[in-house]
Design a protein around this ligand. Structure first.
Ligand SMILES: C[S@@+](CC[C@H](N)C(=O)[O-])C[C@H]1O[C@@H](n2cnc3c(N)ncnc32)[C@H](O)[C@@H]1O
Length: 297
């Protein structure tokens, strides 16, 4: 296997992933948990953005509009929300009958938008995908008005861990699988390496005042074989292949069978503690452009 990214992505993979792949194999209880988690994140990002009626807002990497619709309700009737995403299929899901929502297909690193257009930029799980974080935040700074505010949530994937002990899979195989995952889509590498310090550094370099950073941890539990199957068969992000597909394609069906069995065994050993636990650090970052500090005022 060469060190090239798998060519399984297209800009429009996000539409299908958000509408279908993200939920693949989840039962109704799991879906409810995910929906609740997304609603909590949405509310925290928008509250931190201090939206007011009349604000002009950019939802960067808006996808199917999780933040867009809620932001539009706050800024109405005079404000506006421009939802930018490179996936036209995702943007097609956005309800434009709500006042002053405009979907725009575009690249977050080269926004098709004039300088100083917005009072607020909001983003959820988008900056992780961008190959050059400093350039992306310079672009955010360019389209914000003076003293405009950025409010973003991102998963800190560099710190993502699980407590499964995968007996029967060698350290070399684990490393090979990790490498395959990093190459599984053009954005998988930056996404898996995303960390807080470079994020803060990129914001400071783009001209934001010292950001307010809220770090917390989201846990996810695999407590049944169905959960394990779903985890191993699901595309982890737009454009990526599932772990089972990746391993089968590059390391063969025998390795896949041993890998899946190792997860089942790890689950059996984890039953007493409620299953295999993933811990995902996440970060909320808020910062004004310029010198104004984000405090309580
Ligand atoms: C995990 S989804 C999040 C969507 C939305 N923010 C939400 O909260 O549901 C990531 C989104 O980022 C978009 N995206 C990734 N790279 C992008 C880029 N370079 N320019 C614009 N959008 C991008 C994808 O198309 C996808 O819709």
């Amino acid at each position: 296997m060469g060190e090239q990214a798998e060519n399984v992505t297209s800009a429009d993979s996000a539409g299908r992933w958000l509408a279908r792949d993200r939920d693949a194999g989840r039962d109704s209880a799991d879906r409810a948990v995910l929906t609740g988690l997304l609603a909590d994140i949405r509310d925290r990002v928008l509250n931190a953005a201090r939206l007011r009626p009349g604000h002009d807002v950019l939802d960067l990497g808006a996808g199917t509009g999780l933040l867009t619709h809620a932001a539009a309700r706050v800024v109405a009737p005079a404000g506006s929300v421009i939802a930018v995403d490179r996936s036209a299929a995702a943007l097609a899901e956005i309800r434009t009958n709500e006042a002053r929502i405009r979907p725009v297909v575009g690249d977050a690193c080269h926004l098709p938008i004039a300088d100083a257009t917005f009072d607020r930029v909001v983003a959820r799980s988008v900056l992780i995908y961008l190959p050059d974080l400093r350039a992306a935040l310079r672009e955010v700074a360019r389209v914000l008005r003076p003293e405009g505010l950025l409010s973003a949530f991102e998963p800190v994937n560099a710190g993502r861990r699980h407590d499964a002990n995968l007996d029967g899979v060698t350290p070399d195989e684990i490393e090979a699988i990790d490498r395959l995952r990093r190459l599984s889509s053009p954005s998988a590498g930056p996404m898996m390496a995303f960390d807080v310090a470079p994020f803060v550094d990129a914001a400071l370099h783009a001209g934001f005042s010292t950001p307010t950073v809220g770090e917390t941890t989201v846990t996810e539990r695999l407590s049944t074989r169905a959960h394990v199957d779903a985890h191993l068969s699901r595309r982890p992000h737009p454009g990526a292949a599932s772990p089972v597909d990746l391993i089968t394609r590059h390391l063969g069906a025998d390795t896949t069978a041993r890998y899946v069995t190792a997860w089942y065994r790890a689950l059996d050993k984890a039953v007493d503690r409620g299953g295999i636990t993933f811990t995902n650090p996440v970060v909320y970052l808020t910062a004004y452009l310029g010198t104004r500090r984000y405090g309580h005022g």
